[in-house]
Design a protein around this ligand. Structure first.
Ligand SMILES: Cc1cc2nc3c(=O)[nH]c(=O)nc-3n(C[C@H](O)[C@H](O)[C@H](O)COP(=O)(O)OP(=O)(O)OC[C@H]3O[C@@H](n4cnc5c(N)ncnc54)[C@H](O)[C@@H]3O)c2cc1C
Length: 421
């Protein structure tokens, strides 16, 4: 088995992983980013998740809303905009351009990228990971480093390393539903938002008659960069475990059936959809929530809703608690006070039991309710940036454990790169 050695290895090339890899590499570290798909972007490309959820916060004195997820996320936005891949609403984006932007940014910062490579095992000595085993193109690889960042979304590395985790919600382990996003084209309706009440009324009527199986309470859709195309985030697969391969496989097929059901409904009942065509379902069903690692601090929804300012903060967020019902119909929303934001403490990225690994992105140490808020793309991107910067400081200072990293130094470096924490 060939061995490849780097200072830092990042597992997972979603927004979290790319941000972590770039943040560590721009500090001069030798970084390998490992991704199982053929492109970067994670849920934003693989699962067609769109648009970026709220990354603005209102200044109560001026009344102006300004971005609070900045740093590397802002660099991505600028590159997308320059390519014509960002809508004027600043949230809708073209994921094909995004793939190119992320390739280019990794190249710019000298991140070594390994695509089509799946990490299959974690080899430890005591509480330290010494190397990962991976598989790609008919061969096994050994990937060694001084420290590791688990940005796999599902906390796959942490699970393989024997870390404790909470799956789904605390009372029964159920995760937020999985959703297969899809795109429908050839829509001639001029203002689809005006049709929303009628669409939902008809959808609910047919649900009550048992003619629509999808348990979602309404049709969730967003505009798309192309004319006549709408992005639907409407399928809902409940009570299935995204870390169980059989449940996941069931979910993919069941969600495709829901997608077809939605298309047929729109064509039959909604004016302007008569010639609608299903042009694309995502390559993978979207997983909102699965494992959340147990770390030095378990972030709570109260910390977010009360806008707690942690001293060891590495990122900010302004997105609300947003729980799609894990067991059926309905969505719980709890908003932040206007003009306020919360912070993400470094300790929630530090798992118990493994000393040279951080966990970043949607699987950090938190409650089910807290996860529903910080999981969105702009925030996980900033969490990744914080994790990568901390990993660089860990390697430079030859720290014994991730929890010993000088967080004030991490914060100084984040400020240098225009990131807010
Ligand atoms: C249906 C749905 C709708 C959403 N809607 C929105 C929205 O509108 N706006 C918004 O901002 N956010 C939204 N979110 C949330 C957001 O998309 C995700 O939480 C976020 O993208 C997670 O980013 P991440 O980098 O942490 O993980 P991911 O994007 O999941 O990236 C993890 C990466 O790790 C890779 N990986 C996993 N295991 C391995 C392994 N063993 N070896 C190698 N690679 C591996 C995966 O292939 C993947 O690319 C939504 C999520 C879902 C599922």
């Amino acid at each position: 088995m060939d061995t490849y050695r780097h200072e830092i290895i990042v597992a997972g090339g979603g927004f979290t992983g790319v941000a972590a890899a770039v943040a560590a590499a721009r500090e001069g570290r030798d970084v390998l980013l490992v991704e199982k798909s053929g492109f970067l972007g994670g849920a934003a490309t693989n699962c067609l998740v769109n648009p970026f959820m709220n990354y603005f916060c209102k200044d109560m004195e001026t009344g102006e809303s300004t971005p609070i997820n900045r740093g590397f996320f802002e660099e991505i936005l600028n590159e997308l905009k320059a390519m014509g891949g960002l809508h004027e609403n600043k949230r809708t984006f073209n994921e094909e351009y995004l793939k190119i932007v992320l390739d280019r940014l990794c190249a710019k910062y000298n991140v070594k990228v390994l695509l089509h490579t799946i990490i299959t095992d974690v080899i430890k000595e005591g509480d330290r990971i010494t190397y990962l085993e991976a598989y790609s193109t008919g061969q096994k690889l050994k990937l060694a480093a001084e420290c590791f960042i688990d940005a796999s979304g599902d906390a796959n590395l942490a699970a393989l390393a024997g870390c404790d985790f909470q799956l789904g919600r605390e009372e029964d382990g159920l995760c937020q539903p999985m959703t297969l996003c899809l795109r429908i084209a050839n829509i001639t309706a001029k203002n689809i938002r005006e049709l929303r009440p009628y669409m939902n009324e008809m959808f609910n009527k047919l649900q009550a008659e048992g003619k629509i199986k999808n348990p979602r309470e309404n049709i969730l859709f967003f505009e798309h960069m192309s004319e006549g195309v709408i992005h639907f985030n409407t399928t809902r697969i409940i009570k299935k475990n995204p870390t169980n391969p059989f449940d996941l496989s069931y979910a993919e097929a069941a969600a495709r059936e829901q997608g077809l059901e939605l298309l047929n409904f729109l064509k039959e009942y909604v004016p302007g959809f008569e010639n609608a065509t299903l042009i694309m379902t995502a390559a993978e069903i979207g997983v909102r929530e699965s494992r959340k690692v147990i770390g030095e601090y378990v972030l709570q929804a109260e910390d977010l809703l009360e806008c707690k300012q942690f001293e060891d903060s590495v990122a900010r967020g302004a997105y609300e608690v947003d729980i799609h019902n894990p067991s059926g119909t309905g969505t719980v929303i709890k908003r932040l006070p206007e003009g306020k934001y919360y912070t993400i403490p470094y300790r929630s990225l530090v798992p118990l039991k493994v000393s040279n690994m951080l966990v970043a992105g949607r699987c950090i140490s938190s409650s089910h309710e807290a996860q529903s808020a910080y999981r969105v793309i702009p925030i996980v991107c900033c969490i990744g940036e914080g994790a990568g910067t901390a990993a660089a400081v860990f390697v430079e200072n030859k720290n014994g454990a991730m929890k010993e990293v000088d967080i004030k130094e991490v914060q100084r470096r984040l400020t240098k790169h225009n990131a807010l924490y």
